[in-house]
Design a protein around this ligand. Sequence first.
Ligand code: HEC
Length: 179
Amino acid sequence: MVRRKSYLYAVIVFLFALVVVSACAPNPRLQLISPSMVVIAEGEVFVPPTPTPRPRIAELSDEEVLAGLPEAIVALIPGDAQRGLDLTVPQNCIGCHKIDNSLEDIAPIWAEIADTAVGRAKQLGLAGPAMYLYTSITNPNDYIVPGYNSDVMPETYSEDLSEQDLADLLTYLLSLRAE
Ligand code: HEC
């Protein structure tokens, strides 16, 4: 009987200790690690850093989009986006470029390439995104996308593609933008 009682006491003491320990545990909210890995104190409101807005082609006027593009090509824009898309098959663009994430390691993906081109043109100090895309096709080694190799993309498109082909391809690429 005595044995049983002390066993019961032990359990009660243990449970009590458990309650005390958990009550004394530090308030986890006090050590909240913010997404920027900054420890914030209780009561402090975490203000996320303002992300640099991604440039959007939709914010540019037609003149700004086409600035710097050869006159002969500008005259043909807007071209036929469907024909541009169709050209990517025989010209094998889609052998390397995808518009989703599936083959990103071979060549830059084309998802929202029009918006990407706005940022690249800005970084490179070029007149505009259409000119950046045009040069990337006709002289692929002029600007190498960081993380990719030069001398991979064929340098023959300036000869193989007509002005109409280029205008249609550009019209298609310029349509690949954020909603
Ligand atoms: C054999 C593979 C290959 C083929 C075919 C190819 N490209 Fe590329 N392309 C690349 C690679 C690699 C890059 C990145 C290196 C660079 O900047 O040249 C690139 C870059 C580009 C860029 C710049 C992308 C960016 O994110 O800034 C554009 C635009 C482009 N290609 C368009 C085309 C078009 C249009 C065609 C077809 C007419 C084509 N490419 C065919 C491999 C290819």
